[in-house]
Design a protein around this ligand. Sequence first.
Ligand SMILES: *Cc1c(COP(=O)(O)O)cnc(C)c1O
Length: 404
Amino acid sequence: MFSVKDIRKDFPVLNRKVNGKPLIYFDNAATSQTPQQVIDVIVDYYSNYNANIHRGVHSLSQEATDAYEQARVKIQKHFNAAKPYEIILTSGTTHSINLVASGFSALLKKDDEVIVSALEHHSNIVPWQMLCERTGAVLKVIPMNDDGELIMSEYEKLLSVNTKLVFVNHISNALGTINPIEDITEKAHMVGAAVLIDGAQACPHIKPDVQALNVDFYVCSAHKICGPTGVGMLYGKEEWLNKLPPYQGGGEMIAEVSFEKTTYADLPHKFEAGTPNICGGIAFGAAIDYMNSIGLETIAAYEKELLVYATNKLLEIDGLKIYGNSENKTSVISFNVGNIHPYDLGTLLDKMAIAVRTGHHCAQPIMDYYKIPGTVRASFMFYNTKEEIDTFITSLKKAVMMLS
Ligand SMILES: *Cc1c(COP(=O)(O)O)cnc(C)c1O
């Protein structure tokens, strides 16, 4: 049975006060909090078996290597990748996307086309712009509608034999929209294009099956699913990972080195140059265990409750407008109240110990679409409660009164 009261005991930070009041943390779409189970794994690593991996014959190095590779297998199973070596451990979503973009600069030529969506995070726009500048490929954008959904009929018009790549996020971090990625992938494959899905915002709420989705690449960060910052993954189909050249040169990614020629290591090491975030990788595995111990379906059902509850209460506030009203959305609410600047609301809410995000949420094109400088964004995780939402609503009303 899901008991939010019990779950909250796992998160030490939820006990702290900010400005003398109990913290209400509603900035989960930026980063999630860390449960004791994951903190323990980090402490255990540095207390007992910190060592460099893959090269040592000594016991500590072997223990660290085993734990790191076991984490890779946990991640593989969680995402249902066919092979452990299709999971590349990176420093996070941004690193994963840049790795693929850099690889494709060797495969694209002038006038090839790359499609992104209007709902993307900057980390899923800028690397492709850089890629297009380097190769002469053309960037096309799937437009969105007022509800914050992609217009699929426009997407179909953009596809052609020139389309080589399609990049879409699974769930928008600014609006919470869940995109129809099965449909997007199937149509891209019909013209022979590869598909990369940015799952950074999806993994906290759902368990993606990369084989069922049939995507070519899938990326995410551990810190949005109760893991530490600075670690994440790139899933790539084996055939694609073999086609892409290495991203960084260095130790660990080579088979043989001489000044005449270097040959590269097999997957996944070809893409893991240098000493990785060993502890982070192991803790990433622990975070996945933690999420699964609650169950992603349970998590999604509870968060949906929070979303509906908060949405209804917010809409009772005069002049409040919610951006992103798709039927298919996760527990992210972006809003503004009248002409009040989101930054002012965020600052007053912080005084009342409520952490929300304000600004463009690394998704300026979405803000441009709505012709606004930014929004206030409240995003909920399974450890949030309806009581917290009640306090948030009362505090928000107070803040609005002070600012109008
Ligand atoms: C957070 C986020 C990113 C960036 O993740 P990093 O961990 O900062 O690399 C990219 N895309 C989406 C949709 C996100 O929510």
